[in-house]
Each structure stands twice: as C-alpha cells, then as structure tokens.
Design a protein around this ligand. Structure first.
Ligand code: CA
Length: 527
C-alpha cells in the first residue's frame, strides 16, 4: 500500500514539477513581443529578406498583390493526389497536384475541427473560444450579442487598405443582419449562408423521405429551414435573392454558378485599379454531395463524393486559369485548403484521411488538412514542408501583403495568428509558429509542437466512423496522451511520461496558453 502511494506521488510530482524547470523552456524557441499576440520564433534575417522580396515585387507591379483563398468544405487530407489520394482512390485531382508541384505543399497545416470554427478563426485571426463562434449558429439559437461587434475581420482591414474584398460561396458564420459577409467588411458577397446539406435536405426524397414526402412536415419545415437562396449582397447596400435551390440538381450546379461568378469578377477586377481579395468557398465536398447534372459521374469511382472532388478540382483549375489569362497570376497569392477533416459520419459521402479521427475531433484526422500555397515567381516550385502552419496564419499573411500594421487591431483582443509570409515566400523559410493549440468548443484539448502532440482531453467514437453523431469527450489519465507524429502519425502509441522533457515543455505551453484567457476573457455569445 505504501509503495502504491509512493508511485502515485512520484507521478504527480513528475507531471507538474518539470514545467517550472529551466529544462522545460529549452525546447520552446518562441518569444512574446506583445502582450496580446502569440509568441513567435524570432527570425530577423528572414523577416528582412521577405520584406525586400515583397517590396521588389511591388516596385515591379506598382500595386499590392491580390489574394485568392480557395476553401473546399470538408475535404480530407488524403483526398488530393498530391497528398496520396487522387487517381489512386478514384478521384483524380490534376489541378491541385499541379499547383502543389509548382508551389509549396504544407504537410502540417491545421484547421479547427468544424466549419464555423475554422471559418471564423481565419477571418478574425482569433480562436473560436475567444470570439464565441465555437459552432454553427442553428435555427432556435438566441445570440446574446453579435460577435462581430468586437471583432475586426480581415475583409474590413483589407477593404480599408484599398482592396476590393469579395466572398463567394459558403459563409456559415451567421445569416442575421449584422453578421452577413457584406455586413462585416466584404464589399461584395455572392453565395449561400449555410452548408449544402442544410439547404438540400428539403429537396432530397431519397435521403430525407420522412420529411420531403410528408406535405404537412414540409409545410412546417418552411418556417424553420435555413436560408436556401443564392444571395448577392453589397457592403452598405442591397441584398438580392438571386435564385432558390429547389432541387438536388440546383444544389449540384451551385459550385459551377459560384465559380462562373468568381471568374467573371476576376476579369472585371483585373482591369481595375484596386488589388483584390477573393475569398472563394466551395459548397462541395460537404455532404450531401449531388452530381452537377452537366457533369455527371466525373470520377473513376462514380460515387457522389468522388465526383465532387473532381469537380472542385476542375473549378480550382479554371479560377487559376482566369487569373493567368488576365495577366495577374504573378501578382496573386493563392492558397488552397479545406476547412476541416472529412466528415466520416456521412460515409461514403465523405473524404479520406490517413490519420486517426475525423471532422469533429481534435485527432489529426479532424484538423490536419491540405494546404497548398501557389504564387509563380514568389513561391519556389516543388517545395514541401512539414513545419507547422495554422490556417489562422492566413490572417497575418494578408495583413503583411496589404502592408497593414498590427497596430490597427484592438489591444483588448488577444490574437492567435502569426505572420507566416517569410515561411511561405522564402525558398528556405522557416515557420514562425512554435505550437498549434486544438480546441473543441470551450475545451482545450491538445497541443502540437514539433513532431510531438499532447492531448489532455480526447474525443472517442462509440462506433466506427461516428465521430460527431456518436462520440464522447473525455479526460485522459494521470499522464497526458502524447504521441510522436513522425513515428506514429495515427496517434496510437502514446509515449507519455517516457519522453519527460517534451511532456513538460508541452505542459508548460498549455499553461501559458490557458493564462491568456485569464487576462483576455473569452466572449460568450450564447452558443
Ligand atoms: Ca467544413
């Protein structure tokens, strides 16, 4: 009995003492230079080089660079060919593969674990728990405040700096007046407020027969359904309902309509005198995927999900082609990514990840996503990097490209993004980010630093694939669950307290991170 007590006391000491020792600090290279910004790894030479590279380009072009984000919904890390999927799994992605081969392929890029969380984080530069936008806003939710009242969106900042800012496609961060894209800084919005399935559920008798084939329920549904119109809104101006999704065929064509719109705007904006920021968000490949009737059965696999992957890849190719044809490709930073891991609950209408977990979890499968940075002349072709990148860092890169100082950001908000332009735009650029933190709603779940990832809470599914609909969130045991992602990318073999120095370093980082919420309290908006 005495021996047992001794062992437990030892373990507790072992877990909590080392993060106060000097040794715990030695692996952490990051330095905090401002109280309300994340600490970054100092790279003064790298900073100077990227500043010169961007200044040289601006001298040549006479304007700030354009920015185009191409965000696919729920695409898995393993879906594009350049990430091991593609033709090998029945859905070739020649365009994404080409841009990865001619640009920078990030293999340790991270999102949040669901749509709204990622989409709000990249546009505010702040973790969802800070802004309160921790999950989609659903029918019946009563918000206690508009989160945007105290947030500054990347679109507002770019628009104020002389950019034309436009969001095409899926928004998913609120459809009430005051929360729409054109209310929060986008000069123009052409798209849908919710995700595909929320729109098409009222038109799909095969998947939702108990609703669609029951006239009484359909009548009730009219009053509670999410908005199913293609909306066209202008900052400070009108919002026009362009068309309604009345069939699964309409839904199947949505991405073609949106891509055509983005291409027409590229043609117009390329001739104008303003740099532009196009934030293009595909409806696909989020379940439920319906074939575009004009391009049925596009993939070798023939499954709707796979057809959607091929279709989205085709649209990505055409958008980049339009930039090239308009002569602005060499002055446009393009980033292709997904907002979270595959939604395995919808299988087989879901993507593929080689990692453990899926959308809705903070295992790698939920949060490690494809990240392709493409910019001919500015990004070295054929680069690949496993250094860590958080999609929120796009916020920092945009500020840098537009020449906007972080001084304009409110100092009572804590910011989680980093300026990663030196990492992406220099041939030998190193990441400025030491750690990525993983959250599930209001719960801090895990941290990754170098190849180590430590979980203090985990999502465990009760049935294969059911990571959202049939899972639990639980605490770990005495030792955090720590994995070496180089030798165990599937997070199956914990190395826990047997790698004590790393355990302590990651523990100390988690504590530092937690402390930022004491000084800068999270916002509760009623979600
Ligand atoms: Ca998503």
């Amino acid at each position: 009995m005495k021996k047992t007590i001794f062992i437990c006391a030892f373990c507790v000491t072992f877990l909590f003492i080392p993060n106060q020792t000097l040794q715990a600090q030695t692996f952490d290279r990051s330095v905090r230079t401002s109280e309300n910004f994340e600490p970054t790894i100092p790279h003064p030479e790298q900073d100077k080089s990227v500043a010169k590279k961007l200044a040289d380009l601006e001298k040549k072009t006479g304007r700030k660079p354009n920015i185009v984000w191409l965000i696919v919904d729920d695409m898995g890390y393993g879906d594009p060919g350049c990430y091991g999927g593609g033709a090998a799994i029945g859905a070739a992605t020649p365009n994404m593969d080409k841009f990865a081969a001619e640009g920078l392929k990030l293999t340790s890029a991270y999102s949040q674990q669901t749509c709204t969380s990622t989409r709000s984080a990249i546009r505010t530069g702040r973790l969802p728990f800070r802004t309160g936008l921790i999950r989609p806003i659903l029918a019946g939710d009563v918000l206690t405040q508009n989160p945007w009242d105290t947030e500054v969106s990347i679109a507002t900042l770019l628009s104020n700096a002389g950019y034309y800012t436009m969001l095409t496609g899926k928004w998913h961060i609120g459809e009430a007046i005051g929360m729409r894209p054109h209310d929060v800084g986008y000069d123009e919005f052409m798209g849908y407020y919710p995700a595909q399935k929320e729109i098409s559920q009222g038109t799909d008798p095969r998947r939702y027969p108990a609703l669609v084939l029951n006239p009484e329920r359909m009548a009730d549904f009219e009053g509670i359904k999410p908005d199913d119109h293609l909306q066209h809104g202008f900052r400070g101006g009108k919002t026009i309902k362009v068309s309604q999704v009345k069939s699964i065929e309409d839904m199947g064509r949505a991405d073609q309509v949106l891509t055509d719109f983005t291409i027409s705007k590229i043609k117009e904006l390329a001739k104008g005198d303003k740099p532009f920021f196009i934030d293009h968000n595909f409806m696909k490949v989020h379940a439920d995927n319906h074939d575009n009737p004009d391009y049925p059965g596009l993939s070798a696999a023939k499954y709707a999900y796979k057809n959607a992957v091929v279709e989205v890849d085709m649209h990505i190719g055409n958008i980049v082609k339009a930039l090239e044809e308009e002569g602005v490709l060499e002055n446009t930073f393009i980033f292709i990514t997904s907002d979270n891991g595959p939604q395995m609950d919808g299988w087989p209408d879901s993507g593929y990840t080689p990692f453990r977990g899926a959308k809705g979890s903070t295992w790698e499968g939920g949060v490690r996503i494809p990240g392709i940075a493409y910019w001919p002349g500015m990004i070295q072709p054929g680069r690949e990097s496993d250094q860590i990148f958080d999609l929120m860092d796009l916020f920092g890169i945009n500020l840098r490209l537009a020449g906007i100082s972080t001084d304009v950001l409110p100092n009572n908000n804590y910011y989680d993004f980093m300026d990663q332009s030196s990492f992406l735009f220099l041939e030998d650029g190193l990441t400025n980010r030491e750690a990525v933190y993983f959250w599930f709603g209001k719960e801090l779940m895990a941290i990754r630093m170098k190849e180590y990832k430590q979980h203090i809470k985990v999502i465990i599914p009760k049935s294969t694939h059911m990571w959202i609909d049939y899972s639990t969130i639980q605490d770990v045991g005495l030792a955090p669950w720590m994995f070496n992602l180089y030798i165990d990318p599937k997070e199956e073999m914990p190395v826990g307290h047997r790698r004590s120095a790393w355990l302590a370093t990651l523990g100390a980082k988690l504590k530092q991170h937690g402390a930022t919420f004491k000084k800068y309290p999270p916002k509760n908006i009623g979600l």
